[in-house]
Design a protein around this ligand. Structure first.
Ligand code: ZN
Length: 220
């Protein structure tokens, strides 16, 4: 009885919980649409989060939005599929915007000091990391040799590959990030009206390395 009449209230803000794609936190509690939309946090943390932790997190997200608005994003890369990146080299901050970060309209801002590790993979082969000095190379023989099995084909038979960007940070909500970039080679190197994004991806990775290795920033 009563189950259908009683409306569930959001454990964080008290608003009615309705709609699809809502976020579930610890103790099988469900957040309302507004709260679900505003959080940007590692999946593992969400699973066990308490309403108090989410409240703290929402205050942190509000500060993040203020930081994002106040900083000067002198470098911005926007051609990488589903990933946007910007740097304020003077103040020492960067932001990332991607579906994997669930950061709806509020890109996550990190200080240079928060970035502790960077790795780049193409399919399952590691191309680069923060221990490797020098330039980032995206080219790999993988797709010719062993990588064929990893290629995904869509209906039009276009071959797609995936870059995986792994970052570790001291941010309390994103200690580990794994961002997938799915692309066709035409898209990567630019062809037939596609905008190339290889130089932007190289540039972004180079900056991650510079930041972690405390080297001067190289702008591509
Ligand atoms: Zn709520």
């Amino acid at each position: 009885m009563g189950l259908f009449g009683k409306k569930e209230a959001c454990p964080v803000c008290g608003k009615e919980v309705k709609g699809l794609f809502l976020t579930k936190i610890g103790d099988k509690k469900t957040l309302c649409k507004d709260c679900s939309k505003r959080i940007s946090m590692n999946k593992e943390l969400i699973k066990t989060a308490t309403p108090e932790l989410i409240q703290e997190h929402l205050a942190y997200r509000k500060k993040n939005a203020e930081k994002y608005a106040a900083l000067r994003w002198d470098i911005r890369y926007t051609d990488i599929p589903y990933l946007k990146f910007g740097v304020d080299p003077g103040a020492g901050f960067f932001y990332l915007e991607s579906d994997d970060l669930h950061d709806e309209d509020n890109p996550v801002v990190f200080s240079f000091n928060q970035l502790t590790g960077y790795e780049l993979y193409r399919s399952s082969q590691k191309l680069d990391d923060s221990d490797t000095p020098g330039e980032t190379f995206l080219e790999s023989t993988l797709s010719v040799v062993s990588g064929l099995a990893d290629l995904v084909k869509n209906e039009e038979d276009t071959k797609y590959e995936v870059f995986k960007l792994k970052l570790t940070t001291t941010d309390p909500y994103w200690p580990k990030l794994e961002i997938k970039i799915t692309f066709s080679d035409e898209r990567l190197y630019g062809w037939n009206g596609c905008t190339a994004f290889d130089w932007q991806l190289k540039g972004m990775c180079q900056l991650f390395k510079n930041i972690i290795r405390k080297e001067p920033i190289t702008i591509v």
